[in-house]
Design a protein around this ligand. Structure first.
Ligand SMILES: CC(C)(COP(=O)(O)OP(=O)(O)OC[C@H]1O[C@@H](n2cnc3c(N)ncnc32)[C@H](O)[C@@H]1OP(=O)(O)O)[C@@H](O)C(=O)NCCC(=O)NCCS
Length: 160
């Protein structure tokens, strides 16, 4: 994971929150994995890592977080793919299969994904997966230190 993060530091800077120096260290990721397992067991999030076929390389991540039950039954989706693995349909495959787990096993009703209007690749990916645009939110997320407007999209579970 650290190799993935170091190798894609410049590629991901423009699309993600500002990272602290600790983010690029082994102890940070050891703690992060422990927290991810705890949150998975408690039902708060599903944080997935996309591996190469021989499992020697991290290709990307997709995270379903902020899972809220009750009248909401929804999660926020975030994802990142290594720069050199873009354009092969890898994230499409990862999200296509993981959304089935979110809808059919966890039985959530909605997956929410927000993207920067200038993030053409992300918008195209969500559209291919069937996410629908619901509006635009002003200054929704702080990306690389700046509060940025985002396009809000959702995918609704057809069987819930
Ligand atoms: C957003 C991001 C995941 C998109 O990656 P991607 O590789 O373009 O996404 P997909 O997996 O959908 O692949 C689509 C591309 O693969 C091609 N492709 C090849 N085989 C394919 C297949 N079997 N199925 C689907 N697409 C395929 C498509 O033609 C398309 O290529 P194009 O972009 O040249 O038209 C990636 O750009 C990224 O990580 N960006 C930085 C982080 C980020 O933006 N995160 C999201 C914040 S909202």
């Amino acid at each position: 994971m650290l190799d993935f993060r170091l190798e894609n530091r410049d590629h991901l800077t423009q699309w993600e929150p500002k990272r602290s120096p600790e983010f690029f260290s082994v102890p940070f990721w050891q703690a992060q994995f422990r927290a991810a397992i705890r949150e998975f067991r408690s039902g708060a999030s599903v944080c997935l890592v996309i591996l190469s076929k021989d499992e020697s390389e991290v290709l990307g991540v997709c995270n379903y977080t902020n899972i809220i039950r009750g009248t909401f039954e929804a999660a926020h989706l975030g994802y990142a793919l290594a720069e050199k693995h873009q354009g092969k349909g890898i994230m499409f495959e990862a999200l296509y299969s993981s959304k089935d787990y979110i809808f059919n096993v966890l039985k959530l009703h909605r997956i929410i994904a927000n993207y920067l209007p200038r993030n053409r690749r992300s918008g195209a990916l969500l559209e291919r997966l069937g996410f629908e645009i619901e509006g635009e939110a002003k200054e929704l997320l702080k990306i690389n230190g700046v509060w940025e407007d985002h396009v809000m999209t959702s995918l609704i579970n057809p069987r819930s």
